[in-house]
Design a protein around this ligand. Structure first.
Ligand SMILES: [Zn+2]
Ligand SMILES: [Zn+2]
Length: 351
C-alpha cells in the first residue's frame, strides 16, 4: 500500500510504500477511495496543540511514532476480513468511524467511547486514511452511506459529525432563539447545512473574513457579523433580542471564546469545538447569576454518526461543497488550510 506520511513534524509529507497489512482478529482492511483533510490534521502535522501561555500538548506524548499516516475522514471498500470479523462483507462500501476508544475503560464499557481516557483514533493516534488502505479494528466502526457520493460522505466522519454532535448539545432551541456560529471555515460552514435538520433557531454567523461571512449567508445564515470589530457583541445582542441562546465556537481561540461567552443571553450555552488554542477568562459569577453554561464537544459518537447518515440519506442535510485533490498533494492542502481563507468547504484527497 502507498501512504502519504509525516516523517518529520511540520515538514512536507512523503509517500511511502508498504506491503498490504493482513487483517487480524476482528480487523477489516479497507481500500480507501477518499479521505477528507481536516484542520485538526494541521495540528497533528506540526505535532502539538497549543494550550496557551507557551504550554503544548504534543502528539508524541500520546505515543505516536513517525512515520505516521494522518486522515480521519475515510471512506472505502472492505477488501479483506480478519478471521473474527463479522457484520461486513468483502466489497461493502462504508464510511470509517475513526473515533475509536480503548475498549477497556469505564467510558468505553459504558458505551461512551467518545469519553475514553485513552482513545486510539484512526488518523490521529493510529494510521489513518492518507493512504490507499487502512486497517479498521472492527466492522462495527463501518457505517453505511447509501447513494451519497463518497467524496461527500467521508466528510461526515469528522466535519459533519462534529457539527451534528455540537448542535445536538445545544438543542432543543425555540424557533425565535438565536444560534451563534463562530467561524465559517470547513466545519463551521457545515453547521448551516446540518442545523436546519435539528432546529428551527435563527442562525447568526460570526467570522473575521468577509468571504466566509458571505459563504455562510449563501448557505442559510440569517445574519453575519464581523467579530474582529469592537461592536460585534452588541450587534449579536441586537440581532438576537438580548443575546444568543447558544453559541458554538468552531475556532476556539481566546478571542472567539470570549466573544461567544459575552454574546450569550441569560441561560445561554456555549459549546467550544475549535482547537485553535490559548486561554480565556470570564467572570465566574456569570455562571450562577446568569445560568450560563460552558462546555466542550469533540467530534461525536458512533450512534450520532449513524443518526446523521440517516438524515443525509433521507436528503435532510444540504451537501457541503467538496473539492478533490490527489493524495500526493496532501502537504499543499495542509498549507492552504493553515493559511486559512483559501478554502471554502472541504478538500478531499483521492489516493
Ligand atoms: Zn477532523
Ligand atoms: Zn476507553
Amino acid at each position: 500500500m502507498r501512504s502519504c506520511q509525516i516523517v518529520e513534524w511540520g515538514k512536507p509529507l512523503e509517500m511511502h510504500e508498504y506491503p498490504n497489512p493482513e487483517p487480524q482478529g476482528t480487523e477489516v482492511l479497507v481500500k480507501v477511495t477518499a479521505c477528507g483533510v481536516c484542520h485538526t490534521d494541521v495540528h497533528v502535522w506540526h505535532g502539538y496543540f497549543d494550550l496557551g501561555d507557551g504550554e503544548r500538548a504534543t502528539i508524541e506524548s500520546r505515543g505516536v511514532e513517525l512515520p505516521f499516516t494522518m486522515g480521519h475522514e475515510v471512506i472505502g471498500e472492505a477488501v479483506a476480513l480478519g478471521p473474527d470479523a463479522t457484520g461486513v462483507s468483502v466489497g461493502d462500501k462504508r464510511i470509517v468511524f475513526p473515533w475509536i476508544g480503548c475498549g477497556e475503560c469505564r467510558a468505553c464499557q459504558d458505551d461512551r467511547e467518545v469519553d475514553c481516557v485513552s482513545p486510539n483514533p484512526l488518523g490521529t493516534r493510529r494510521h489513518g486514511g492518507y493512504s490507499d488502505h487502512i486497517v479498521v479494528p472492527d466492522a462495527r466502526y463501518l457505517v453505511e452511506y447509501g447513494d451519497v457520493s463518497e467524496t461527500l460522505a467521508c466528510t461526515y466522519a469528522c466535519s459533519g459529525l462534529t457539527v451534528y454532535s455540537a448542535i445536538k448539545k445545544v438543542t432543543p432551541l425555540n424557533d425565535d432563539d438565536t444560534l451563534l456560529i463562530i467561524g465559517a471555515g470547513g466545519v463551521g460552514l457545515n453547521a448551516m447545512n446540518v442545523a436546519p435538520a435539528l432546529t428551527g433557531a435563527k442562525i447568526v454567523v460570526a467570522d473575521i473574513d468577509p468571504w466566509k461571512r458571505q459563504a455562510a449567508l449563501n448557505a442559510g445564515a440569517v445574519h453575519a457579523v464581523d467579530n474582529s470589530t469592537a461592536t460585534a457583541v452588541e450587534e449579536v445582542k441586537e440581532l438576537s433580542g438580548g443575546g444568543a441562546r447558544a453559541a458554538i465556537d468552531f475556532v476556539g481561540s481566546p478571542e472567539t471564546a470570549q466573544f461567544g461567552f459575552d454574546s450569550l443571553c441569560r441561560g445561554g450555552m456555549q459549546v467550544v469545538v475549535g482547537l485553535y488554542g490559548g486561554k480565556f477568562a470570564f467572570p465566574v459569577p456569570f455562571l450562577p447569576l446568569q445560568h450560563r453554561m460552558l462546555r466542550g464537544s469533540y467530534v461525536g459518537s458512533l450512534e450520532e454518526l449513524k443518526e446523521l447518515m440517516a438524515l443525509v440519506m433521507a436528503g435532510k442535510i444540504t451537501p457541503l461543497p467538496v473539492t478533490t485533490r490527489p493524495l500526493e498533494e496532501a502537504t499543499s492542502v495542509l498549507e492552504d488550510l493553515q493559511q486559512g481563507g483559501k478554502i471554502v468547504g472541504r478538500v478531499v484527497l483521492r489516493p
